[in-house]
Design a binder for this molecule. Structure first.
Ligand SMILES: NC(=O)c1ccc[n+]([C@@H]2O[C@H](COP(=O)([O-])OP(=O)(O)OC[C@H]3O[C@@H](n4cnc5c(N)ncnc54)[C@H](OP(=O)(O)O)[C@@H]3O)[C@@H](O)[C@H]2O)c1
Length: 340
């Protein structure tokens, strides 16, 4: 395993972190068995992964509970870095809720589900348009000063929101989407983080599974969960453009002797400013394949060939998304309708 030093934490972070969203199962991911999820966690820990990324919203507490149980069973709390989040509320408009009372309730509930008295990295999951950034930053600063959290993160924030947050509270981490198929953070967010010493934890590094290549194989059928409806990438014109880029980068992966999934994770680990790549895996076979990424980081010449292919893909899609890269989720009701 590769480990990276980060501001805000004494321990080094494993360059591959374990994303536990899929362990929550539910509407988005469909059925997921707990014993399989625990086997995935065990494989990751055996390979040296020390970062667990979870959230109350992942299976409405289930992912946090399972993560806490696993860490307790293995007696690895001191060696583990737990990252979790707050700010999403299934009963709130647009799911956003960063009211102070709700934040206080959420941290208590997360600590209890995780079976711990501190959280290593605590993120605001999404900004809440109804609550000024400064107000939620003040509450996070309170948690930090009380010692309930060891470091502070935000997720899905813009540079402007991060600046306002940092005026009130120390900020150590940003958790944005980042993958070979979604490079929108490279424009502003990543340079801002590098300049300001904010470490990036990259989420959805396989673009929800697209970068494994399985959705591009002949006779593929869309996943039997909400990705089928929620991912733009599975429909035209995204699908064909991405398939073309995938076929080209797969050749580079072959040349390195690794799978496309491992190549996509290794590509991300090589990006400046990325402290850890939060990979998701449903079973141990996927996890073992993904873990191979740390053994074969491609050299600079190969990485720059990949960049050329991906730049071309972005150029082909510029008329679709403002940032020039396809987005993982369908955002508006109208977009959703057109995909039904
Ligand atoms: N902060 C946020 O707002 C936010 C949002 C999203 C994610 N995250 C974090 O990032 C983590 C990872 O993101 P993610 O789960 O969206 O995406 P991901 O890592 O891009 O995709 C994970 C999914 O791809 C498939 N997969 C993984 N490895 C594979 C392999 N080797 N071969 C074939 N299929 C494979 C699996 O699903 P199937 O087998 O079902 O295809 C797996 O669940 C999450 O667990 C979470 O911790 C954070």
């Amino acid at each position: 395993m590769i480990y990276n030093s980060v501001a805000g934490l004494k321990a080094k972070l494993s360059a591959l972190g374990l994303g536990t969203w899929v362990f929550g199962g539910g509407k988005w991911w469909g059925e997921q068995k707990d014993d399989v999820s625990k086997a995935v966690m065990a494989a990751a820990v055996t390979a040296g992964v020390n970062l667990f990324d979870t959230a109350p919203f992942y299976g409405f507490g289930h992912s946090e509970k399972l993560t806490g149980e696993f860490i307790a069973e293995r007696q690895i709390r001191k060696k583990s870095i737990i990252s979790t989040k707050l700010g999403l509320d299934p009963d709130a408009p647009g799911f956003h809720n960063l009211k102070r009372d709700r934040m206080k309730k959420e941290i208590e509930e997360s600590l209890s589900r995780l079976g711990t008295d501190y959280i290593d990295i605590y993120h605001i999951h999404w900004p809440d348009p109804a609550v000024p950034v400064e107000e939620s930053a003040k509450t996070m600063r309170g948690f930090y000063e009380e010692g309930l959290i060891r470091s502070v993160g935000v997720s899905n924030y813009s540079v402007a929101e991060m600046r306002r947050f940092m005026d009130v509270c120390p900020l150590h981490f940003l958790q944005p989407p980042y993958s070979m198929f979604n490079r929108s953070i490279e424009k502003e967010l990543l340079p801002f983080c590098v300049k300001n010493g904010v470490s990036v934890l990259a989420y959805s590094p396989l673009h929800g599974g697209m970068l494994t290549g399985k959705f591009f194989r002949e006779g593929y059928s869309p996943p039997r969960d909400l990705r089928r409806k929620g991912m733009k990438d599975l429909r035209e014109p995204y699908y064909s453009v991405e398939k073309d880029a995938f076929v080209k980068t797969e050749k580079l992966a072959d040349g390195c002797g690794i799978s496309p999934a491992a190549f996509a994770l290794a590509w991300l680990m090589s990006r400046k400013g990325v402290a850890s790549v939060l990979m998701g895996a449903r079973n141990t076979a996927q996890m073992e394949e993904n873990l191979k990424s740390v053994e074969a980081i491609p050299d600079k010449a190969v990485l720059s060939q990949a960049d050329k292919i991906l730049n071309q893909m972005s150029a082909d899609l510029t008329d679709i998304d403002n940032c020039g890269t396809p987005s993982y989720f369908i955002k508006s009701a109208d977009e959703q309708k057109s995909f039904d």
